[in-house]
Design a protein around this ligand. Sequence first.
Ligand code: DAH
Length: 370
Amino acid sequence: MNQGAPDRPSSDDLRIALEEVRAAGLAALAQTDDPAAVGSLRSGLLGRSGRLTALLREIAHAQPSERPALGRLANEVRAELEATLDDRQRVVRREALQRQLAAEAIDMTAPGRPVAAGHLHPLMTAEREVREIFHGFGFEVIEGPEIETDEMNFERLNIPPDHPSRDLWDTLYVAEPGSVEAGAPRPAEDGTILRTHTSPVQIRAMKALKPPIRVVIPGRCFRYEAVDAGHNFEFFQVEGLVVDRETSLADLKGTLEAYARAMYGPETRTRFRPGYYPFTEPSVAFDVGCVVCAGEGCPACQRTGWMTILGAGMVHPVVLRNGGLDPELYQGYAFGMGLDRMTLLRYGIPDLRLLMGSDLRFLEQFSDGR
Ligand code: DAH
């Protein structure tokens, strides 16, 4: 019999090794602070190739008489390590969750981060104000095309062929297809132009709607202009048109005075002067007391104390007929105002070109626009 076979592990060594595994395991566990580390400690100790598992295999080769005691000790060590691993895992998981919750915490009471929402262009702010005032008077808002025909823009508005606004130098013509490529640009034969005012939409409104008509028509207009501080080739107007059976100059006067007070304040002074437009008869110019100097006289009003804000008049019978309405049955009044000048005056902007320049350093000063 080979009693003292050299490959039999000594039971004292095994006992010491078991105690070492226990002590080292417990010490290492006390240091772990995340669930993954606890997991790898568990497999390092109790897993298939773990240290305790290796010792159990060795116990199988120990002196038979020592095996039960060694087995009990090994079981005790295993039980203690398992229990401690489970406890530690619970604690470490809870702590990890708490750390995560703290890191992801949302303070519902914190003020929101401001969203950079931008704001309306000052021209559009002015346009909305005009719309809203006339909306309150019972007007509806309609729009018309920016590309018009000579017929709508001029002829039907009773603007004779020799009228200066039809001049090549005033109107932006759309070129006849092919004429640019051929090196000889000429106006389109069908009379397509960029509208020089919003008045052609009067004709469109008369054709599309049945009296009583009460509309305002905001929109972009174009003229062939030498651009300077006070002129641009692109600008905005708001047109107004009322057609009914009993409309008179008194209605026009009352409406425009009410508009001026709504726009410029209840104390605003107003006056009418005779004017001339081919599409109205009689025609008037409508002035308000200068909004810059309150009538004292300043450069903005050319020292007159007054500013002309629009042209107006009773719709010419020819224009009513051109819109498909019988001038014996219907009368109407119309007006047209320039938004650009109104905006300049309102904010004291010295140069019209700034309005179309898209320079944010300029535009961001008008954040009162909604
Ligand atoms: N269309 C004119 C212009 O651009 C403005 C105007 C004047 C419009 C009198 C009207 C009006 O409706 O009645 O200068």
